[in-house]
Design a protein around this ligand. Structure first.
Ligand code: NAD
Ligand code: MG
Length: 386
């Protein structure tokens, strides 16, 4: 039995993870499940999976959670310390909280030397080298769930990147791949979250529409595979069949293919180093018939340039890029700013920031909060503290 904890169990990745775990319940034991504020759904998941611990991030909901779990022997808890407790309760923790809200629990798992199935890319983008160094020190293992990084991990087949000349991250191009700059500037939130190939949470869907998602993934790949930014390329591939590629020193290219269903990379990580059934639709290459590729358009998708700049600049650049983006995306989803303004707000913050990467996770979180306040002030949406 593999013991698994799921951080962000009520989300899109959390739900796909639960589908897989429940279909293979003889192989897995769920130790803990967590959610932001949806008590009813969290309690139902905890009962269904017979988890020992259910954690709600919103501390004001603890008594509600206790009530929802009454009569069961599932422990109810709330807040940051309890999230960290959930993160260290298993052998494998699935990090599926969205945004830097997931950083502290992921770091708790890293400090405890756990194996982490990482979907929460924002945590790695913000903490960067701090997380990688801590993992090296404790022996924690970061296994990528993000489909591109999972594809690369599969293509590397246990080798390090010594023989690799280049990584190629594929991108669907999102819902606005063929839209004009004028149409994109006026795009609504409903249009931005309508992804052509993948069904995902709202924040990552908007990131796919701006292509900031690929920018964050570039930084994620740099940390996971220890390759410099200039050896990581981005290629638009609208069918989302090839999930990424590795080019080796001898000119060989290896790719991983599959239908666009997150159960495939999640299942790969849950069963690793074995394999498990995922229920994903088999890829029918005759039906796919053709695979198209395009260069990303730097004018309509400035987020890619911003992410490269943030990474080249180093220090707190990636953290700033991510924090400003989280606030701008939230504001766009709330109807407070236009789609076309997301990247300009991020660029503005990036231009102002010239700090080094903080030396501790507490300092990372403090600087993250500072960038958020500055971005909110710039957006004119007030500057509530985080
Ligand atoms: P989602 O919005 O569907 O779910 C987010 C989860 O995090 C929920 O369980 C929510 O309750 C929890 N959460 C939100 N805010 C929280 C907070 N402040 N404290 C504690 N918990 C909180 O998001 P998602 O699409 O499942 O994405 C999760 C992560 O996985 C993101 O980092 C995303 O980039 C990454 N990812 C997602 C996909 C996908 O297909 N959805 C693919 C690759 C990577
Ligand atoms: Mg991805």
């Amino acid at each position: 039995m593999k013991r698994v904890a799921i951080l962000g169990a009520t989300g899109s990745i959390g739900t796909s993870t639960l589908d897989l775990l429940e279909a293979a319940s003889e192989r897995f034991e769920v130790t803990a499940v967590t959610a932001s504020s949806n008590v009813a759904e969290l309690a139902a998941i905890a009962r269904r999976t017979r988890a020992s611990l259910a954690v709600i991030a919103d501390e004001s909901r603890l008594s509600e959670l206790r009530e929802a779990l009454s009569g069961s022997n599932i422990q109810a808890a709330a807040g940051g310390e309890a999230l960290a407790e959930a993160a260290v309760s298993a052998d494998l923790v699935i990090a599926a909280i969205v945004g830097t809200a997931g950083l502290a629990p992921v770091m708790a798992a890293v400090r405890a030397g756990k194996t982490i199935g990482l979907a929460n890319k924002e945590a790695l983008v913000s903490a960067g080298a701090l997380m990688i160094e801590e993992a090296r020190r404790t022996g924690a293992v970061l296994l990528p769930i993000d489909s591109e990084h999972n594809a690369i991990f599969q293509c590397l087949a246990g080798q390090d990147c010594g023989q690799v000349s280049r990584l190629i991250l594929t991108a669907s191009g999102g819902p606005f791949r063929t839209w004009s700059a004028e149409e994109m500037a006026r795009a609504t939130a409903a249009e931005a979250v309508a992804h052509p190939n993948w069904s995902m949470g709202a924040k990552i869907s908007v990131d796919s529409a701006t292509m900031m998602n690929k920018g964050l993934e570039l930084i994620e790949a740099h940390h996971l595979f220890a390759l410099p930014e200039e050896r990581i390329d981005i290629l638009v591939h609208p069918q989302s069949v090839i999930h990424s590629l590795v080019e080796y020193a001898d000119g060989s290219m290896l790719a991983q293919l599959g239908s666009p269903d997150m159960r495939v990379p999640i299942g790969h990580i849950l069963a690793y180093p074995e394999r498990m059934a995922t229920g994903a639709r088999r890829l029918d290459l005759l039906e796919v018939a053709r695979l198209d590729f395009e260069a990303p358009d730097p004018v309509r998708f400035p987020a890619l340039r911003l992410a490269r700049e943030a990474l080249r600049r180093g220090g707190a650049g990636p953290l700033t890029l991510n924090a400003a983006n989280e606030v701008a995306v939230e504001a766009f989803l709330a109807g407070a700013i236009h789609f076309g303004d997301i990247a300009s707000h991020v660029e503005e913050q990036l231009t102002r920031m010239d700090k080094p990467l903080p030396a501790s996770i507490d300092d990372v979180l403090a600087l993250d909060a500072e960038v958020r306040r500055a971005t909110r002030a710039q957006l004119g949406t007030g500057a509530p503290s985080c």
